[in-house]
Design a binder for this molecule. Structure first.
Ligand SMILES: *Cc1c(COP(=O)(O)O)cnc(C)c1O
Length: 236
């Protein structure tokens, strides 16, 4: 193996081990947590090295790079869209991805629903929640989500599979804990008042700085980028 493959292998293995250890602490089945390797800043060779290691869930935050890579790399990969999604890019985006983590408005969900209605394909999405109320972050506030939940549940060509959030203060993973716990509790509350066809199994919470906390609080998806590429030079 050359340097690049050794570094990626070691980083990936270390993160998998940390995921397993967090699952053990939380008495959770490691199979219940999926690692989404965020590749938005990664060079193509790095992504290929991850794929060779069996890392098949990849996350991109911009439609052009998602399209390019989804077209180029193995069709077996499961692409996750994690960035702000403009309504005029919905068609191109859902054509390539398995799960959109970042639905941040009713209008966006309705746009996805309308476009999905033109085909048999039923995209899966998560609703992004901004629990810390940071102006720099997208997503529903707790209040707006509760108020609009009934309308959100009315879409018929999209499957709402759960919630996503980003915690502030990623440098201290304990500070993320109350935010992640609140997301889980909000999910439980919303599930109570959802129609039967809506099942909120997924919680996407945790990044390089706080994914273990996310797992301890019930994450089913962690979105890890920079920790996978430690020791490599970024392309820009
Ligand atoms: C970039 C990004 C990540 C990955 O962040 P790292 O700190 O590099 O692990 C996760 N989630 C979202 C929404 C992102 O934009």
């Amino acid at each position: 193996m050359d340097d690049l493959n050794v570094i990626i292998h070691d980083n990936y293995t270390r993160i998998q081990n940390r995921i397993d250890a967090a699952c053990q602490r939380a008495q959770r089945d490691p199979q219940s947590v999926r690692l989404v390797a965020v590749t938005k800043y990664a060079r193509l060779e790095w992504v290929q090295a991850l794929v060779e290691l069996g890392c098949l869930d990849l996350g991109e935050s911009r439609t052009p790079q998602l399209e390019e890579r989804a077209t180029l790399l193995s069709p077996e990969l499961r692409w996750h869209f994690i960035g702000p999604l403009q309504r005029n890019k919905v068609r191109r985006t859902i054509a390539h991805c398995n799960l959109i983590h970042s639905v941040d408005s009713l209008k966006l969900l309705q746009a996805i629903d309308r476009i999905a209605g033109e085909s048999e394909f039923k995209p899966e999405v998560l609703i992004e929640v901004n629990l810390a109320g940071e102006a720099s972050k997208k997503g529903f506030s707790r209040e707006s989500l509760t108020a609009e939940w009934e309308s959100l549940c009315q879409v018929s060509h999209v499957k709402i599979a759960g919630l996503m959030t980003m915690a502030p203060h990623v440098e201290d993973r304990e500070l993320a804990r109350p935010v992640f716990r609140e997301l889980r509790e909000l999910r439980d509350e919303l599930q109570q008042c959802s129609p039967e066809h809506v099942s909120l199994q997924e919680l996407s919470m945790g990044m390089s700085g706080d994914f273990e906390t996310g797992i301890e609080e019930g994450a089913t998806l962690v979105r890890v980028g920079s920790a996978l590429y430690e020791g490599l030079e970024s392309s820009d």
